[in-house]
Every structure is written in C-alpha cells, then in structure tokens.
Design a protein. Structure first.
Length: 369
C-alpha cells in the first residue's frame, strides 16, 4: 500500500498535520517569546544589547541575533522587521561591523540615521531600547570585497560610511598589502560618525589613508567631491572603488571616477535611497524574456521592468520597495543583457544576480524564475 506520509521529514509532516501549519514550530512561538524571545521561529530574532549616540541624528545599535543567523560578508545588508503600533515594517540597513565581531562575540552593529518623518528610523531612535527584540533577515548583497593585494578607494558621505566601516574593519582583522583610501564627506565637524573606530582603524591599518572632508565648514566656502580629491590618489585607475552616500554625491563620484580613467566595472555603488533614473528612455529596450523555472516566454517591446514583465506573465516574484532599494526582488539571470534603470548601465551578458524592479531587457534574457 502507498504511504500517506510524503518522503522527506516524517516528523515535520506529522507536525504539519497536527498543527495545520507549514512550519509547526511557530505554534509554540507565543510560549517561547515569554521564555526566551531568541527561540522564536517565525522570524530571525535579534536582541538589542547596546545603543550608542554617534551624532545628533545617528545612533549605532548593537544586536545579538539568534545563533542560527547565517552571518555576513563585509558590505552586506539585512532587512530589519519591526512591529510599530500593530503594523510590521521592513527596512534595509548595512552592517557596520566586521564579520569577525559576529563570529567572536555573536553580535552585529547597525549605524542608523534618523530620517525626518521616517517611520522606522524615527521609532528606532525614539523608542527602541536595550533588551527589545526585533526581527532580522539573513544578510544579502552582491558587493565585492577588495582583495588584500588590490588597491581600494572608498568614497562615503554621511551615513553612507557604513559599508566602508564594515569593509575596513574586516581588512584590519585580515591584514592587507595594498593601499586603501577612505574619502569621507560630512557636513560639519560634529557629523563625523564612529570617530573612535576610524582612529582605531588608522592605527591598525598602516596602508589606510583617511581623509575626512568637512563639506560645509562655518564661514568657509563649501568643499564637495572634486577632481583635486581624486588627483591625490596614486594609480587611481588600478583601484576598486566603492561609493555610498547621498544621490548627488553618488552621481558626481561616478562621473569623476570615470573621467579620471577608472573603468565602470571597478566602480561599486551602494544606494540608500532610490536614485533618479539615469535617463528618460532606452532606444534598445525590449527582447524575449525566458522565465526558465516556470517555462514562460514573453516578448517585451518597451522599457518595462522585469518585475512588471514577470507579474504580467502571472508570476509572483518577491518584491519590497519596487525602486531598487531593498534587494528583495534579487533574482539570478543566467544569460542576456539588462539595463539598470538607476545607473543607466548595461549588464554583462553572463550569469549574475540582478534586481528585477530596476532592470529592463536589452535583447533575449533568461531568468531563474
Ligand atoms: C541597501 C541599503 C542599505 C542601507 N543602509 C543604511 C545604513 O547602514 N544606515 C542608515 O542610516 N540607512 C541605511 N539605509 C537607508 C535606510 O533604509 C532608510 O533610511 C530607511 O529605510 C528609512 O526608513 P524610515 O521608515 O525611517 O523612513 P520612511 O518612513 O520609509 O520614509 C520617510 C521619508 O524619508 C525619505 N527617505 C527614506 N530613506 C531616506 C534616506 N536614506 N535619506 C533621505 N530620505 C529618505 C522617504 O522618501 C520618505 O519621504 C540603507 C538603505 C539601503 C537600500
Ligand atoms: S530592490 Fe526593492 S523590490 Fe527591487
């Protein structure tokens, strides 16, 4: 006689029948929440264990994720899930520490700017307290990590320092041969974030050249990123460049780096807010999109995003912000060229992860969806 119990994990199957849930473990969440909130199964819990005031609008939150959290690479992000007045919100933040901190002490840090009228960052600054438990996702993000023998340049503005903090802290743990430069732009002297960490990094990493630029000093002419800052970097064309900051700075950095001889492939950008699309249209937009896993093929004749194309084809891909910020819609492209609508750049034709909501096809494209 054929078994009613499907192959796989029979105990899990029994649990699903008894508790009528895909994940029976969450049935016990209300009880576990009282005993130890880090044991809860419906989200990855992390307990707030420290809060440091960095500047008038920036705080660093030290969290202790449940031990089953998978860790991260320098420069990666996570989504923080919090319940505020009965509603759940998810927001992305870059980890601002080295992975070694997680491995050694089991803690991570997020360094967060309070956005004016921001629901989640406002709540974090005003109401989140030591001892609270929040939800986090596994880390995500494809940003590369510079090799120890490869010169690197970080250009950061304001709270956009967080990816650089993580990468530089990791470098100081691993050791490094090649030079690394951090150009850090802040509005006023009081806006420097994690000053002690930066000083510590300078001591630990002799290869680090750190230049803090106060862009709006009282009574002096403002100083924004310009050719002079880049001219001081020897062999700039051989550097891997990492840029994170306000949209205006991101745009200027990209243009200046490219006009100084840095190839576009060497410029890696982390956007914190949706940038204005690079141009109004793409004359070469369109192509046949193959959704390989669901065996769908769609002919696209305009510059619609792959997220829209997938939804119109009846698929249900994961998404969050729909504007290139949260990375929830990340999907594997197995072949084909797509246009990034934020940067205005065409992708390579090979296999890579793309964000569906800001990518349009340029010729035939095959996706793992
Ligand atoms: C990959 C990634 C990593 C990030 N890492 C960090 C980090 O390490 N530290 C950090 O402080 N922030 C980081 N951010 C930005 C952070 O996610 C936003 O500040 C946050 O989502 C704002 O949420 P909120 O609920 O407070 O604001 P909302 O209530 O969602 O927005 C309120 C208003 O603020 C505007 N707004 C939203 N975000 C910003 C922003 N960043 N700057 C200016 N205006 C904004 C909105 O358009 C809206 O008008 C990151 C963003 C991304 C995409
Ligand atoms: S990046 Fe947020 S949905 Fe695409």
């Amino acid at each position: 006689m054929e078994s009613m119990v499907p192959a796989g994990n029979p105990i899990r199957w029994l649990g699903q029948q008894l508790f009528n849930r895909q994940n029976p473990a969450v049935f016990f969440d209300p009880l576990l929440e009282v005993v130890n909130p880090l044991w809860v199964r419906r989200y990855l819990p992390a307990q707030v264990i420290g809060i440091t005031e960095e500047t008038h609008d920036i705080r660093t939150f030290e969290l202790r994720p449940a031990s089953r959290w998978g860790g991260f690479r320098p420069g990666q992000h996570l989504n923080l899930n919090v319940e505020i007045d009965g509603r759940w919100y998810a927001r992305p933040f870059t980890l601002s520490c080295a992975p070694q901190q997680w491995r050694r002490r089991g803690t991570i840090t997020l360094t967060v700017k309070k956005v004016p009228d921001g629901v989640v960052t406002g709540w974090m600054h005003d109401r989140m307290a030591v001892g609270d438990v929040v939800g986090i996702t596994e880390a995500f993000g494809d940003e590369p990590n510079p090799r120890p023998d490869e010169p690197a340049l970080f250009i950061a503005g304001g709270s956009g320092i967080t990816p650089a903090l993580s990468q530089l802290s990791a470098m100081s743990e691993q050791g490094r041969d090649a030079p690394v430069t951090l150009l850090y732009f802040v509005r006023t002297e009081k806006d420097v974030i994690r000053r002690e960490t930066l000083e510590h990094l300078q001591q630990q990493l002799p290869q680090l050249t750190l230049k803090v630029v106060v862009s709006e000093p009282a009574g002096r002419v403002p100083e924004y990123l310009n050719e002079d800052h880049l001219r001081q970097i020897e062999g700039l064309g051989h550097h891997e460049c990492f840029v994170c900051g306000p949209p205006g700075m991101m745009r200027a950095a990209g243009e200046l780096l490219e006009s100084s001889g840095v190839s576009p492939d060497q410029i890696h950008r982390t956007f914190f807010v949706a940038a204005t699309p690079a141009d109004g249209g793409d004359a070469e937009a369109g192509g046949t999109v193959t959704f390989a896993r669901s065996s769908h093929e769609v002919l696209v004749e305009d510059g619609r995003s792959l997220l829209e194309v997938a939804e119109e084809a009846g698929l249900n891909p994961r998404y969050g912000c729909r504007m290139g910020i949260c990375h929830q819609c990340s999907c594997r492209k197995s072949s084909g060229v797509v246009m990034n609508r934020l940067t205005g750049r065409a992708s390579s034709p090979g296999e890579e992860t793309i964000q569906l909501c800001i990518s349009s096809p340029r010729g035939p494209v095959s996706l793992d969806l």
